[in-house]
Design a protein around this ligand. Structure first.
Ligand SMILES: Cc1ncc(COP(=O)(O)O)c(C=O)c1O
Length: 414
């Protein structure tokens, strides 16, 4: 809050498409989709109407002993789309991570392997900030203070393509990281419950992108050594990487998939952890102790589920993935003219763009944010990495504004 003495909070009155408007009528292009949740712009009429229809019927009922139409429909649709037939709902990403970790551990216990209690994640991983999720997160600024409260976990080398040495490519970095994963797992698999990973892009690490071969190898290694693979698609799911789910690009099915953020296109809080029949069956028993006793009050909220159904409808009606490919092509053409700028590792995956800024300015992150905001552009660099993650509905002239403003701001801050 002290920092806000120099940079007051921005009170937003309304939103329309990619634009947010404050109480003085000033507009800001939401270049980060309000922290990666808003897929189809603000004030999307079809999602509003779906929520409002649901509001006339049922706002909420607990899912303990009850069920309702939107949650059944959503589970069936997500089951078909992911190939994972069982859904466990919560309200935010961190809870979805917690559920996957607990369920993995409990599965092994139920099948007579209680010694499998360890979790692996990647270097620089981010899976949320509740105690369990933070335990598998590897971002010091979020984690260090709370270290005494956390369960220890092991971090595997990241397949981040930026680590490619001269002459090497993204695939060789990924294969090298996978080999190191395999070496570790081969020795310690008896105690490992699961490996949790952000497929294709480690977003909070600064949009670290990597080759899909890492995921295919990780799937094979987890199969071979009998550990679960948890795909945290909270940030990358719902079209962000170019396919509906990032795992599709490696042609793999994880044992758990965590979804949130874009699931309701930014309208209401909802998350889901999907899993397989095999894992579900290990809990199906007369004994309550073998059941998965985990609950949140708003689990499977009917309004949120109706927003998620409308989101899936829009993917179909508007051919979103196809249109995004065209938007990405246009943005990439524009960025091709950025040669000579003081930036490195200009990268793109689906509807995510990022580059690293070469600068000696120790307050680059803050300065960039402030200057961009003053020009009507909302971007939040992560360290010296600037990224674009706009709503999918961004139009050509809005892309031009976003890029032109970024250039101007770089000229001042870098
Ligand atoms: C990959 C990933 N996992 C988990 C989370 C946590 O989600 P939430 O902020 O909804 O708890 C995030 C949030 O940025 C994320 O990017």
């Amino acid at each position: 809050m002290k920092q806000h003495e120099h940079m007051p909070l921005l009170p937003i009155e309304s939103g329309q498409g990619v634009w947010l408007t404050d109480f003085d009528g000033k507009r800001y292009l939401d270049g980060v989709s309000s922290w990666w949740v808003n897929l189809f712009g603000h004030n999307e009429p079809r999602i509003k109407s779906a929520i409002s229809k649901q509001l006339d019927q049922l706002e909420h009922v607990m899912l303990a002993g009850f069920t309702h139409r939107p949650v059944v429909e959503l589970s069936e649709r997500l089951g078909k789309l992911t190939g994972l037939g069982h859904c466990f709902y919560a309200s935010d990403g961190a809870s979805a991570t917690e559920i996957a970790l607990k369920m993995s551990f409990h599965y092994w216990r139920n099948i007579g392997k209680p010694e499998k209690t360890q979790f692996l994640s990647l270097q620089n991983s981010y899976h949320g900030e509740t105690i369990g999720a933070l335990s598998v997160t590897d971002v010091p600024i979020f984690k260090d203070t709370y270290a005494p409260l956390l369960k220890s976990s092991m971090q595997m080398p990241t397949p981040d393509s930026r680590l490619a040495e001269q002459g090497a490519d993204a695939q060789s970095v990924a294969l090298r990281a996978a080999k190191e994963l395999e070496d570790y797992v081969a020795q310690h698999h008896d105690r490992i419950a699961a490996f949790i990973v952000e497929p294709l892009v480690q977003c909070a690490a600064g949009m670290a992108m990597y080759h899909p071969v890492y995921l295919s190898r990780a799937r094979e290694i987890c199969n071979q050594y009998n550990i679960h693979l948890i795909a945290d698609e909270i940030a990358v799911g719902f079209g962000r990487t170019g396919t509906l789910f990032a795992c599709e690009q490696a042609n793999i099915k994880p044992d758990f998939m965590c979804l949130s953020k874009g699931i309701t296109a930014g309208y209401l809080p909802l998350s889901v952890t999907l899993t397989t029949d095999e894992i579900y069956q290990a809990f199906y028993d007369d004994s309550v102790a073998r059941a998965f006793l985990h609950s949140h009050s708003y689990t499977g909220n009917a309004l949120a589920c109706s927003a998620a159904l409308a989101t899936l409808d829009i993917f179909e009606q508007d051919k979103v993935l196809e249109n995004n490919r065209q938007t990405a092509q246009h943005l990439n053409q524009e960025l091709a003219a950025w040669q000579g700028m003081p930036i490195a590792h200009l990268r793109n995956q689906g509807m995510i763009w990022a580059f690293d800024v070469s600068t000696n300015n120790p307050t680059f992150q803050r300065d960039f944010y402030r200057e961009a905001i003053s020009r009507g552009l909302l971007l939040r660099p992560i360290g010296n990495t600037v990224y674009f993650m706009p709503p999918y509905v961004i139009k050509s002239d809005e892309i031009d504004f976003m890029l032109q403003t970024t250039k101007e701001v770089l000229a001042i801050c870098a």
